[in-house]
Design a binder for this molecule. Structure first.
Ligand SMILES: Cc1cc2nc3c(=O)[nH]c(=O)nc-3n(C[C@H](O)[C@H](O)[C@H](O)COP(=O)(O)OP(=O)(O)OC[C@H]3O[C@@H](n4cnc5c(N)ncnc54)[C@H](O)[C@@H]3O)c2cc1C
Length: 350
C-alpha cells in the first residue's frame, strides 16, 4: 500500500492528527493494531483539569490554551458528526484537609484571577453535604471553575467518524525511512508517517543520550459505578482528593480512578488496587452508597521520560513524526498536538 500520510494509532492523538491533516486537504490513512479507542483514550474518567495557577510557566500556559480552546473543537465536531461528546465545564472540588490549605488556596485564587484571564475563577467554598460532606472536607474545598469533563469514548467515536479511512489489524513491527512494516505482513509506504500509538510508540524510539528509554507505559485502573435508585449527579463538580477522581458521567453514573503503576503484569487487567480506590471513593462521597460497579478498566498511559509531550521529528527516521506522551492530560492536549503536527514541515522519507 502507498499513501500520502499514514497515522499509526487510532487513539485521541492519532485521530485528532488525522482530522487536522485531512482538513488541510491531504489524504490520510489511520491504522491501528485493534481499532479506534482500544488504548488509554477510552478512559472512563475524562477529566480536563488545569495545573494549579501559581508559579505560572510555559507548560501551564500551553495547557490553559488547550483547555480553553477545546470547547470550540467539541462544538465543531458535534456539529460535523451528530455525536454528543458530553463536554461540561462542571468544575472540580479539591477538599481542604488542613487549616493552612485555606490560605494556600485563597492565594491560588488570586493567581487564577490573573493567569486565567477571567475565563474561570478559583474559590474556596463549602460543598454540599450530599456530595462532599464535612468529614471529607473539614475546611471546605477549593472549587476550580476551569475544570471540565468529557465523555472520552464519545470523543474518540466522533473523531473516528470524522476521519475517512481507519484500518484495524495493523500492529507496527518496524519503522523504516518512509515506510512502516506491520505484523500482518503489510508494508505501507507514505510521504509522511505519524507515530501516534500511545505507550507503544516508545518501542520505536531510540534510547536517550543517557541510555534510558524515551518513555514508558504507566498503568492506570478506573471503574464506572451506577448509582443506587434515587441518586443523581449530572450537574455536580468532579472531586479530586489524593490522586483519586470521582467524576459524574451523565445523570446516574460515576467514574472512579485512577491508579498510577510503574510495575505491573497484564496492562489491561484490574486488581485489588482498584477495589481500594472504589472503597476510598465510597468513604468520601455519600452519593456512592449502594452504587454498583458496572465496569472495571485498565490501560497504559504514554509517559515520556520527562513527563512532557513528545511531539516532533523521529530522531532516526526521515519522514516520520512522533506524537505521544499525553500521560495524564492527553484528552485536553490532543487537538493542540494535532495543530502542531499538521503544521510541521515534512522531510520526506519516501
Ligand atoms: C486509567 C486512566 C485514566 C485516564 N484519565 C484521563 C483523564 O481523565 N483525562 C485525560 O486527559 N487523560 C486521561 N488519561 C490519559 C489519556 O488517556 C492519554 O493521555 C491519551 O488517551 C493518550 O492518547 P494516545 O492517542 O496517545 O494513546 P492511546 O489512546 O493509548 O492510543 C494508542 C493507539 O495505538 C494503538 N497501538 C498501540 N501499539 C500499536 C502498534 N504497535 N501498532 C499499531 N497500533 C498500536 C492502540 O491500539 C491504541 O488504539 C488516562 C489514562 C488512563 C490509563
Amino acid at each position: 500500500m502507498k499513501c500520502d500520510t499514514l497515522v499509526i494509532g487510532a487513539g485521541v492523538f492519532g485521530l485528532s492528527i488525522a482530522r487536522a491533516i485531512r482538513r488541510l486537504g491531504r489524504e490520510v490513512v489511520v491504522v491501528d493494531a485493534a481499532g479506534p479507542g482500544a488504548g488509554a483514550s477510552a478512559t472512563p474518567l475524562g477529566v480536563l483539569a488545569p495545573h494549579s495557577p501559581d508559579r505560572w510557566n510555559e507548560k501551564k500556559q500551553a495547557q490553559f490554551e488547550a483547555l480553553t480552546s477545546l470547547a470550540d473543537v467539541v462544538v465543531g465536531l458535534e456539529a460535523e458528526t451528530s455525536i454528543d461528546i458530553g463536554y461540561r465545564r462542571c468544575g472540580r472540588l479539591i477538599p481542604l484537609i488542613r487549616e493552612h490549605h485555606v490560605a494556600l488556596w485563597q492565594a491560588r485564587a488570586v493567581d487564577a484571577a490573573s493567569n486565567w484571564r477571567g475565563v474561570a475563577a478559583l474559590s474556596v467554598v463549602t460543598p454540599s453535604e450530599d456530595w462532599l460532606p464535612r468529614d471529607a472536607a473539614p475546611f471546605g474545598a477549593a472549587l476550580c471553575g476551569l475544570s471540565a469533563r468529557i465523555d472520552a469514548r464519545a470523543y474518540v467515536a466522533a473523531l473516528a467518524r470524522s476521519v475517512e479511512r481507519i484500518e484495524a489489524g495493523y500492529r507496527l513491527a518496524a519503522l523504516e525511512d518512509g515506510a512502516a512494516v506491520f505484523d500482518n505482513g503489510e508494508r505501507i509506504r507514505a510521504r509522511h508517517i505519524v507515530l501516534a500509538n500511545g505507550a507503544g510508540a516508545f518501542e520505536h524510539l531510540p534510547d536517550l543520550d543517557d541510555e534510558t528509554p524515551a518513555g514508558r507505559g504507566e498503568k492506570g485502573q478506573a471503574a464506572i459505578l451506577r448509582l443506587a435508585p434515587g441518586q443523581a449527579v449530572s450537574d455536580l463538580p468532579l472531586i479530586y482528593r489524593d490522586r483519586l477522581y470521582i467524576v459524574p458521567r451523565g445523570e446516574t453514573h460515576v467514574a472512579v480512578g485512577a491508579t498510577s503503576e510503574r510495575e505491573y503484569g497484564d496492562p489491561d487487567m484490574t486488581d485489588t488496587q482498584l477495589d481500594s480506590l472504589i472503597d476510598k471513593a465510597e468513604a468520601i462521597c455519600p452519593a456512592l452508597e449502594g452504587a454498583e460497579v458496572i465496569e472495571r478498566w485498565a490501560r497504559l498511559r504514554p509517559r515520556a521520560a520527562d513527563k512532557r509531550l513528545l511531539v516532533g521529528p523521529h530522531p532516526t527516521h526521515a519522514g516520520v513524526t512522533v506524537a505521544t506522551g499525553g500521560f495524564k492530560t492527553g484528552l485536553a492536549m490532543a487537538h493542540k498536538v494535532a495543530e502542531t503536527v499538521a503544521r510541521l514541515p515534512i522531510t520526506s522519507g519516501s
